[in-house]
Design a protein. Structure first.
Ligand SMILES: *Cc1c(COP(=O)(O)O)cnc(C)c1O
Length: 239
């Protein structure tokens, strides 16, 4: 798989760079998060040997042993999947560089408490549902007219000592063509700008926008993504 893996990584990086250039952006602003869920630790090591530094996982049960097995302090691990309340402790102490999927005040409070106990401050993103699809997790944010209703909860999250909100994350609905995801990503960026204008800057000034996967990452980059989460385009279809 070595050769294919390195080709896939080059192709994906090239596509990110082209999408950034088309949008008049610097490709260096965009972090490629390689999503290694279902793939073993050796695959992470192979990708790290080819220069990747950021890895995404969606289940703590799978991620924690993989992180221990790879044991490379130079890597940054991203929790990108839904975190159940009863798993908050495991997630808070696992050593993720960032948790993308904070989707409720309750989860934020639990992560903060367990991170504090472990004397950590956990960087997080707030996952937002900008499509109105009930099956998707996240703060309900599809209607800009009710964004003000999010402010009290987000203010409480910002006051929590054990976590630091650095931005927003979303998953676009499945759309017929990649470009059709753009309006959802645009809405997440507009929500970020809205929050930035009304809330304290915190750490990083709401800089991070995590949006775009294998089927729609160019649309994410076009709309301002600073992180794209890509699995299949790098590692192939999952079993
Ligand atoms: C699996 C997953 C991805 C990557 O999906 P691909 O289609 O393989 O690129 C990105 N984000 C989340 C939250 C995921 O669960």
């Amino acid at each position: 798989m070595g050769r294919t893996l390195s080709e896939n990584i080059s192709k994906v990086k090239g596509r990110i760079a082209e999408a950034a250039q088309r949008a008049g952006r610097d490709p260096a602003e965009i972090t490629l998060v390689a999503v290694t869920k279902t793939h073993p630790a050796e695959v992470v090591r192979a990708a790290a040997a080819l220069g990747l530094t950021d890895f995404g996982e969606n289940r703590i049960e799978e991620a924690a042993p993989k992180m221990l097995s790879v044991a490379d302090p130079a890597l940054c691990w991203h929790m990108i999947g839904h975190v159940q309340s009863r798993k908050a402790r495991d997630v808070a102490i696992a050593g993720f560089g960032i948790v993308h999927s904070v989707d409720s005040l309750k989860l934020a409070e639990r992560l903060s408490r367990f991170a504090e106990e472990a004397r950590r401050v956990q960087p997080v993103l707030l996952e937002c549902n900008v499509s109105g699809d009930d099956a998707k997790a996240g703060f309900a944010a599809h209607n800009p007219a009710s964004w003000d209703k999010l402010l009290p909860e987000i203010e409480k999250i910002l006051a929590l000592p054990g976590i630091r909100a650095q931005g927003l994350m979303t998953m676009a609905p499945i759309v017929p063509a990649p470009g059709a995801a753009r309006p959802y990503f645009a809405r997440l960026r507009e929500l970020r700008d809205y929050l930035r204008a009304r809330l304290p800057p915190g750490e990083g000034d709401w800089r991070v926008l995590s949006m775009g996967m294998t089927d729609d990452f160019e649309a994410g980059v076009a709309e301002g993504a600073t992180m794209v989460r890509i699995g299949r385009a790098i590692f192939g279809e999952r079993a």
